[in-house]
Design a binder for this molecule. Structure first.
Ligand code: ZN
Length: 525
């Protein structure tokens, strides 16, 4: 019905000189058939870009939003089994993945490349496997039909450089840099609205996938009714983020009703199956509500109330790592560091894959001068999700052992934060700046990658505390002749700049480009 056909695009050979400004290559906007709708799209999004964005941003985004729900693995296994059935019925073969995020906001999202998440808070609003299939089918269409790429503004696209690990793969802190950059980009991707056209398209084809996978498409009608009901509900705190990327509407209810009428009647509903698979979530719902209220109370400075609520939450669901983490935050706010550390350790024992507990325990260890433990906690947290706090801490330890190059790298990453931690990092950068005679290679961190359009881009970070100008880069392809690229702009201390070359490349071509710093000057006034 909707054949998978991704028109092949002509690709540039690696012998073509890459740099814009040195040569102009006219790119014809390829007319590509959309794999889902079969319509022609004027999109210059490479599949490489989609896959890289999905693969690189999926994990940090889940971290940013509360980490995965793992307390009852039956929940995520069930979500995956339903998701995989729909993926198999979809129009596009992608490396689909499904996870449950430990957050009470009723939401779900898809990244390019088929990386899909559904929040715990949405699962407890659904009534049947068919409704879950409606959510996942809808998200699968967003990914398969490239809605994420289509919805992006040009400015977002510029930032969405996917950095490939060719130049600095062996350097400490590099992956952290990628993840930090990637998660900011990913947040923009999943929080931007796709537009009503894309929503209706996702509903329509999602219902088609449901029907193909044997589900009753009526589930999508009921789901939309639930969405409309939720959006009219009085829960103002979650309303803002509620379906940020998928605004519900009566029109969607009506359209889904019409679509269901066109599709074969009947199919699997799975109400009993759903109740059984989600039993833990339904049974512990009050615990999460108490914990959410405890978080609010803590923010308002009412630690007594926060403490009593989190105790309630832990009584109902003692296995939930987040509750112990919250207890740790409450203890920290009371300056009870030993109790806080115990809570974070307990939280880590229940879920060892959430960055936050490591950052918090790391900062306690740092203040208690348990340096090795602090460093290990910070390093683990940065591998999950880079934060300025952990990077500043790691920078200090590197500086302490005399490794100024690594220290500079961590400081310059932390320096990008717009808060007191960033300020401390900028001050620290002054201490570890290279003397003016040394090679400018150390002063600039250069990475390379593809933007959403598959254009080759180079990113430079000024790792010094001084303004840098007159930057000259050398670009070599497959050990061929080196071309020189002058960067017009000056870079402020800690500043990061993405230079788009306008050259369209595949990932493997991009990986064969070598970029080095030929020279740069400190700008003195
Ligand atoms: Zn949507």
């Amino acid at each position: 019905m909707h054949p998978v056909s991704i028109a092949s695009r002509s690709r540039l050979r690696s012998s073509v000189p890459y740099m814009a400004g040195l040569c102009l290559v006219l790119l014809l906007a390829a007319c590509v058939q959309n794999p889902v709708t079969g319509k022609n799209d004027f999109l210059l999004v490479s599949e490489d870009w989609e896959l890289q964005v999905g693969a690189q941003q999926y994990a940090p985004l889940r971290q940013q939003q509360g980490g995965d729900y793992i307390t009852d693995t039956k929940v995520v296994n069930y979500v995956r089994s339903v998701g995989n059935k729909l993926a198999a019925a979809s129009d596009r073969d992608l490396p689909y993945e499904f996870n449950v995020i430990n957050d009470s906001t009723p939401n779900a999202w898809a990244l390019p490349g088929g990386k899909i998440s559904i929040n715990r808070g949405l699962l407890v609003e659904l009534n049947s496997e068919a409704e879950l299939a409606a959510v996942l089918g809808h998200e699968i269409v967003h990914a398969a039909a490239k809605h994420g790429a289509r919805g992006q503004s040009r400015s977002v696209g510029l930032q969405a450089g996917v950095v490939t690990a060719t130049l600095l793969a062996s350097n400490q802190g590099y992956n952290a840099q990628v993840a930090q950059m990637a998660s900011a980009v990913g947040a923009q991707l999943i929080n931007s609205q796709y537009g009503q056209g894309a929503e209706l398209e996702s509903d329509l084809f999602g219902m088609e996938y449901m029907s193909r996978a044997g589900y009753d498409p009526q589930g999508a009608v009921e789901l939309q009714q639930t969405f409309v009901r939720l959006s009219q509900g009085g829960r103002s705190s979650t309303l803002e983020r509620l379906f940020a990327s998928h605004p519900p509407s009566q029109r969607r209810v009506d359209e889904n009703r019409a679509t269901a009428a066109r599709l074969p009647k009947g199919g699997f509903t799975g109400e009993r199956e759903y109740r059984s698979a989600m039993a833990t979530l339904f049974n512990t719902r009050e615990a999460y509500e108490a914990a959410d209220q405890a978080r609010v109370a803590l923010q308002q400075g009412d630690t007594r109330k926060a403490n009593s609520l989190v105790q309630t939450a832990m009584r109902i669901e003692p296995r939930e790592s987040l509750f112990h983490s919250l207890a740790g935050d409450i203890a920290m706010s009371q300056n009870n560091l030993n109790a806080a550390k115990q809570s974070f350790t307990k939280a880590i024992s229940l879920n060892g894959n959430y960055f936050y507990n490591y950052v918090q325990r790391g900062s306690i260890n740092e203040s208690q001068r348990n340096n090795d433990a602090a460093r290990a906690d910070y390093a683990r947290s940065v591998s999950l999700l880079p934060t300025a706090t952990a990077q500043l801490g790691l920078g200090k330890y590197a500086e302490g052992r005399g490794d100024t190059q690594v220290a500079r790298r961590f400081y310059s990453m932390a320096a990008q934060a717009d808060n007191t931690v960033g300020q401390q990092a900028r001050q620290a950068l002054v201490r570890v700046q290279p003397d003016s005679n040394s090679s400018s290679d150390n002063a600039l961190m250069v990475t390379q990658g593809l933007t959403r359009n598959g254009n080759f881009a180079i990113q430079i970070v000024n790792q010094t505390s001084q303004k840098i100008g007159n930057i000259k880069l050398g670009v070599t392809v497959d050990n061929g002749r080196q071309q020189t690229l002058g960067v017009k702009q000056q870079l402020l201390p800690g500043e990061k700049r993405l230079i788009e070359t306008g050259q369209k490349l595949t990932t493997s071509q991009a990986n064969r480009v070598k970029v080095v710093v030929l020279g740069a000057d400190v700008v003195r006034r």
